[in-house]
Design a protein around this ligand. Structure first.
Ligand code: SAM
Ligand code: SF4
Length: 349
């Protein structure tokens, strides 16, 4: 349970309607309704596809949004701009102090958004119940291997047992569904694809493989080295053929059953089968920047106007303008593609 001695961040302002109604529409017929909020750029793992062994220069404390500022901006999105889902991510969101209080403050907004968390699962065993009690609806836990040595090699930390305990605690706390995100790396964990599917079925969690994207801080991504969605299918052939279950709508994962084996799997083919045309996402970084795409090369600052006293109408107008200029696609396969300066851990995956 959330401790009564800890204060819920005040943040949210009185809910007055905007003088000019706004929505997060872009010029390509899409409307953003799904907000991804990075709560911190820090992390207690060092996944090789995400950050270097020594970590990164973390955001200075005074550049980070305070809890109140964060709740105020999320409130602008939910009350005025049509945001229906708020996903908390990072960096590692469980490292953010007051996470449970942040969740309960979001749960008080009207209309009440769906609240989701993407986490590496370390420390979740102790907190899943309090997070669910605070209003968390759904959780995605990242786990690329169930082999302890491979986990150590891939994340540079010996924490597999903590993550597995976190997965079980999430289920026990009633978070449903529990989704597992896995990135396959050639020669490291790609031989484990079928084992991961078997494990997920046994644990009662939904596994989704994500194609590795050019978002690592080291800029080491290599298109030829990436395990493609097609290759994932080949590695799962021992369980059965991939049979599509339904259209994915705006969801990035395509869902499949594996023949009559009883196994199911999702594949997020962000590179080889991009879903930009149906994208409904917008991102808020831990330092208060709106990004209209993971791969955007520009961002729009809401922190400075917020700190200068901008009201909800002004913040909503800035936010709507940021989304209006969203490009039609990420262009990873375009020869002119340039990786964004911010790595995934700082944007919020
Ligand atoms: N630390 C949390 C976690 O790992 O779930 C949240 C942040 S992490 C950046 C969010 C998701 O992005 C994770 O599922 C991670 O596997 C994925 N990710 C990180 N770098 C990636 C990359 N270069 N390509 C594809 N997915 C990546
Ligand atoms: Fe940390 Fe998540 Fe990046 Fe791994 S993927 S280093 S857990 S932020």
């Amino acid at each position: 349970m959330v401790s009564r001695t800890q204060e819920t961040p005040r943040g949210g302002r009185p809910a007055r309607p905007l003088s000019t109604p706004l929505a997060l529409d872009d010029a390509h017929g899409r409307t953003a309704t799904d907000l991804r909020v990075s709560l911190t750029d820090r992390c207690n793992l060092r996944c090789t596809y995400c950050m270097p062994a020594e970590g990164l220069p973390w955001l200075p404390g005074d550049e980070m949004l305070t809890d109140d500022e964060l709740i105020t901006l999320i409130g602008v999105g939910v009350r005025h701009l049509g945001i229906r889902t708020v996903r908390l991510t990072g960096g590692e969101p469980l490292l953010r102090k007051n996470l449970e209080q942040i969740v309960s403050a979001i749960a008080e907004f009207e209309p009440r958004p769906q609240i989701a968390l993407t986490t590496n699962g370390i420390g979740l065993a102790r907190r899943a119940e309090a997070l669910a009690a605070a209003g968390l609806d759904r959780i995605n836990i990242s786990l690329d291997t169930i082999d302890r040595d491979t986990f150590k090699r891939l994340t540079r930390r010996d924490r597999l047992a903590d993550v597995l305990a976190g997965v079980r605690a999430a289920r026990a706390a009633g978070l449903d569904p529990v989704k597992i995100n896995s990135v396959l790396m050639r020669g490291i964990n790609d031989h484990e694809a079928a084992d991961l599917v078997r494990w997920a079925t046994e644990e009662g969690v939904q596994l989704r493989f994500i194609e590795q994207m050019p978002l690592d801080a080291q800029h080491g991504w290599d298109r030829g080295e990436m395990i493609t969605a097609a290759e994932i299918g080949e590695r799962l052939a021992e369980l059965g053929p991939l049979e599509a279950l339904d259209g994915r709508g705006s969801a990035p994962a395509e869902r499949f059953r594996l023949g009559d084996s009883g196994h199911r799997v999702g594949i997020i083919a962000a590179v080889t089968r991009p879903f930009c045309g149906a994208c409904d996402r917008v991102r808020l970084t831990a330092d208060g920047q709106i990004r209209n795409c993971l791969f955007a090369r520009t961002e729009s600052d809401l922190r400075a106007p917020l700190r200068a006293g901008a009201d909800d109408q002004q913040l909503a107008e800035l936010w709507a303008a940021a989304v209006a200029s969203k490009l039609p696609g990420h262009g990873i396969d375009d020869p002119s593609f340039l990786q964004p300066d911010r790595p995934m851990s700082s944007i919020g995956g």
